[in-house]
Design a protein around this ligand. Sequence first.
Ligand SMILES: Cc1ncc(COP(=O)(O)O)c(C=O)c1O
Length: 326
Amino acid sequence: MRRPSEVDVGFFPTPLHPLPRLSAFLGGPELWVKRDDHTGLATGGNKTRKLRFLLAEARAQGADVLITGGAIQSNHARQTAAAAAQLGWECHLVLRGTPPDIPTGNVLLDYLFGAHVHWVTTREAMHARMEALADELRRAGRRPYLIPYGGANALGTVAYALAVEELRAQSEGRPFDALVVASSSGSTQAGLVAGVRVFAYPTEVVGISVDEPQNVLVPRIARLIQGVSDVLDVPITVALDEIVVEDRFIGEGYARVGTLEREAIRLLARLEGLLLDPVYTARAFGGLVQLIREGRWRRGQRVLFWHTGGIPALWAFLPELVEALR
Ligand SMILES: Cc1ncc(COP(=O)(O)O)c(C=O)c1O
């Protein structure tokens, strides 16, 4: 296996622990959580693992400026801005949305880390602006490194394949029956699916789609797995029907907080003192609760929720969340 190099940002291994009160309440499988909401870089999240590899490539290319993009409350953008501050690099973020009068959640942190924030209104404009910024900076004699949306290329995805090795060491010869994770670009899920093959960790990986239908996400995950295979130089074969994506929990769409998300946030907060973010992990955990209620796993099995972070976004969704306090 060919392991790409890493930059040492964030805190690893992340903790792994059981959720006994929640498991008893639901009366199904034993639930555990992998705390990638504690990866560092201003609370953490799944992008920190990916950035470790992407930043190493940037450094090897002699980069001195980072450019990336995302939705207005992008956790990826915030973790990139924090990493850039830590490494002493300039950072440009192209965010999709309307500039807020008072920055909240991740946007507040982006500015606090000194990132240059550029506002656009569409996904196409975001990609075009990122490219244009890279050109401008190159003409000015700088060396920009462009991080793709969500860090979701083959190199970023490798991070989650290697995270399975970390999990294997932590789960002491007793693999979990299933790993459940929020899936948006599909990169985290693709990494985990690749990782369970590479490290012969016998489990099922279930992605709960946050925004894309299964027929879009599954082929994308398959392409990313192929990318991991190429980067690591290890053959990985996964058939399309072995990639499990649940797309029943998308509700009213991306970043639309509904009853499912509010109930999941309240449940974990009240029973385990643990936070979920409103956009990704609350939807994924709400989906997991629903699957448990449908009897997808039985008592005696062990299911791991891979927490992917996003906590700062809680403070950008206050009106939608107030109901969860009741
Ligand atoms: C908190 C959180 N969870 C999950 C995801 C989804 O990860 P991926 O794009 O790798 O599917 C993201 C990415 O935007 C995120 O910020």
